[in-house]
Design a protein around this ligand. Structure first.
Ligand code: NAG
Ligand code: NAG
Ligand code: NAG
Ligand code: NAG
Ligand code: NAG
Ligand code: NAG
Length: 334
């Protein structure tokens, strides 16, 4: 009797074991099929994978790589390269941008003399990785770095943007650095590039902040120790969510950064501290950029020389706001 029970137990255990292994084998097989599909894009990005870049500062160095870059490169015809700071999981936001202001159907410049891509850090898990790889195959508009994604390290992400411009799109006259919570009137912004009062290949354009004091509270996100910067006010700097940098300024900025310790506040560092040391000209776009949704009102959405005067609006939280903001800034009747 006892023996019989034991035999049953063994039989049951073996059946469960067999079923588990069998199911897993199936899954493993499916998984390796999927991952071989992922590998397809690898040979095309092979050369870029090997190259290691260094973000060099006075007090520390960071190495990074571009794991993926768009296969369709910049051409000699590219005048403006736009790099949108995004994060791996923001799929719907990127799609809203592709459907609106980065859509070639809505602008004669996109994919012609304007090249647009997103910069994200590599995915932290298998699911995100798989989705991102699919997105890369379909849209070919992602730059993926192996930098760690965090607010504190945004300064490195901007280093990667400038370095990417320098190494993959050197001939373009301008680089736009822009966050993924903005809507843009593409053709208005493009026309500004040929206006000497609004853009310079030696300068930086955007909203200029003057007389901003550093935060001295230790726990604050923007805390600046006296040892890093002791003056009462920051030098004038350009608001981080959107700024345009001229091509001649970029190699100089990358070089100059080596003489300074690494900051957390990305815009003050690149467009203030570094720009001041290099005497880079700052151009005020305050009349052309909106910072909040509540500014999307007729008194702010004006016309200038027969065209809408606003180039971009910030703080578009989510895909719907990007669509709405885009309709509003481009829909001004002039
Ligand atoms: C950073 O790298 C440069 C060039 O290799 C080197 O001269 C410098 O000492 C490094 N700095 C630090 C803080 O490690
Ligand atoms: C682009 O310009 C560079 C430098 O002027 C030149 O060497 C290269 O051949 C050009 N490429 C094309 C495709 O015209
Ligand atoms: C542009 O318009 C064409 C024709 O209507 C359409 O097939 C295509 O999907 C559109 N492209 C984008 C990016 O929306
Ligand atoms: C996905 O993972 C592979 C293998 O680790 C890696 O080579 C690739 O860069 C990753 N892709 C993204 C978009 O994170
Ligand atoms: C930056 O460092 C380099 C090399 O050490 C030096 O030649 C240059 O003068 C420095 N620039 C400034 C503004 O300190
Ligand atoms: C930028 O332009 C705006 C609007 O004309 C003006 O109010 C602001 O003072 C200017 N800022 C700087 C730093 O010149």
């Amino acid at each position: 009797m006892n023996l019989c029970r034991r035999l049953w137990k063994y039989l049951l255990v073996s059946v469960i074991l067999y079923a588990t292994v069998f199911l897993n084998l199936d899954r493993i097989r499916q998984y390796s099929n999927e991952s071989s599909a992922i590998q397809i894009t690898e040979p095309l990005t092979y050369e870029t994978r090997n190259k290691i870049y260094v973000a060099q500062f006075k007090d520390q160095n960071h190495t990074y790589q571009f794991l993926t870059v768009p296969k369709k490169p910049c051409t000699n015809n590219t005048k403006l390269q736009i790099t949108i700071l995004s994060t791996a999981g923001n799929f719907e936001i990127r799609q809203a941008i592709r459907d609106t202001w980065a859509n070639p159907n809505n602008s004669k410049h996109v994919n012609n003399d304007v090249r647009i891509s997103f910069i994200v850090s590599a995915a932290q898990n298998q699911f995100l990785n798989y989705s991102l790889q699919k997105e890369i195959e379909v849209f070919d508009d992602l730059i993926v770095t192996n930098l760690y994604e965090s607010y504190e390290l945004l300064i490195l992400k901007v280093h990667a943007i400038l370095n990417y411009k320098q190494n993959f799109c050197e001939s373009a006259d301008f680089q736009l650095k822009i966050d993924d919570d903005m809507a843009v009137y593409m053709d208005g912004l493009f026309d500004a590039l040929s206006d000497k009062k609004q853009a310079s290949v030696d300068g930086i354009s955007g909203i200029i902040w003057k007389n901003s004091p550093p935060v001295r509270e230790k726990k604050h996100r923007w805390y600046v120790p006296m040892t890093l910067y002791s003056q009462k006010f920051f030098p004038p700097y350009i608001d981080g969510p959107i700024y345009l940098i001229g091509k001649n300024a970029i190699p100089r900025m990358l070089e100059e950064a080596k003489n300074y310790s690494q900051w957390i506040i990305e815009d003050v560092f690149w467009t203030g501290i570094i720009a001041k040391a290099l005497r880079i000209r700052q151009i005020n776009w305050s009349n052309h950029l909106l910072r909040y949704v509540i500014e999307l009102i007729p008194s702010r959405l004006k016309c200038l020389k027969g065209k809408p005067s606003i180039y971009a609006v910030h703080n578009m939280k989510g895909p719907k706001m990007i669509h709405d903001g885009y309709q509003k800034i481009t829909g001004v009747k002039c």
